[in-house]
Design a protein around this ligand. Sequence first.
Ligand SMILES: NC(=O)c1ccc[n+]([C@@H]2O[C@H](COP(=O)([O-])OP(=O)(O)OC[C@H]3O[C@@H](n4cnc5c(N)ncnc54)[C@H](O)[C@@H]3O)[C@@H](O)[C@H]2O)c1
Length: 340
Amino acid sequence: MSRKDSVLITGASGEMGHGLIVRQAAAEPERPIITLDLKPLPADLSPKVHQQFHGSILDKELLASIQTEYAVDRVYHLAALLSTRSEFSPELAHKVNVEGTLNVLEFTQRQGESHGRSVIFFYPSSIAAYGLPTIAAKAAAGKVNEDEFNQPTTMYGANKLYCEHLGRYYGRHYKQLAAGPPTGKVDFRCIRFPGLISAETLPSGGTSDYAPEMIHAAAAGKPYACFVRPDTRIPFMTMPDAIDAIVRLVKCPRGSLSRTVYNIGAFAPAVAEIEDIVRGAFPKCGVITDVDEKRQRIVDSWPADVDDSAARRDWGHQPAHDLAAAFGEYLIPNIRKRYS
Ligand SMILES: NC(=O)c1ccc[n+]([C@@H]2O[C@H](COP(=O)([O-])OP(=O)(O)OC[C@H]3O[C@@H](n4cnc5c(N)ncnc54)[C@H](O)[C@@H]3O)[C@@H](O)[C@H]2O)c1
């Protein structure tokens, strides 16, 4: 039992959770981290965590038992079904991604009520929240801002967009008709991430995973059939830059935040550019193009790049890795080491 202010990370055993646990444990070693995931954490991460809860965000009893044991003043809600799985099981996706998020928002509100302070709730949204109608519209749109083209074509994208609204409701308008002063305790902060590429972990079913899959396959000496056309372009970012952005947003005084949802970007290469870089580093790589028209349509509905000026202005978003640094300094050396 610990009533010390604690951090809850849901979905902690995933790609983003790995990086976040390491960073959170190093930044605030005195603050207990508790995790909730269907899967256990890998052995090297377990010592960084005060307690792991194994179970689902759909299990309200489990959330209630965490409620009684811990005073949580920050929540990173990462648990989700990613885009590809969500499209195969849309009803399950809605349950996990929407009902699960509602459960964690309710948990957060109850936490705030029990200790009387607001609780930061970080939510990772995605460029899947966009839906550009045609390739011509995508080419003409250039960098899109947060409020344009919010017509996702996928279940995952629809779930993310709705949860952005749900978070804004809890953060700014909770029970607005109730008598007396506002009672909302959720300080909702959200980043709409581009595709993320990690050197440390393998991707697990995102539709933007062609980039990390290509690099990991090349380094492992395996062939790779890329499921989108060479001219396909969406924004990407390295996982360390994504974690940096989360830390910056969460640290920022609330008064400086003009929005609840922020785009962030770093670089936006076409598939052919990624392939050229990968070939340069791993000349024997066996990349072929084998377009999956259905997945291609989804990637074509996502923007070629994002306007992240609000994040740069409000909380100083500044990725360390541009395209050259991402590959030259982070991905290629670390992924090479991993497979050597
Ligand atoms: N990786 C990316 O490129 C990317 C881009 C944009 C947004 N995001 C978002 O960031 C978050 C983390 O992504 P990731 O790449 O680490 O995904 P991931 O699939 O690696 O991790 C998700 C974790 O959630 C857990 N989980 C799934 N259902 C659960 C449930 N019902 N209860 C508890 N845990 C459950 C899984 O076991 C897994 O460990 C997700 O919300 C994702 O939508 C990721």
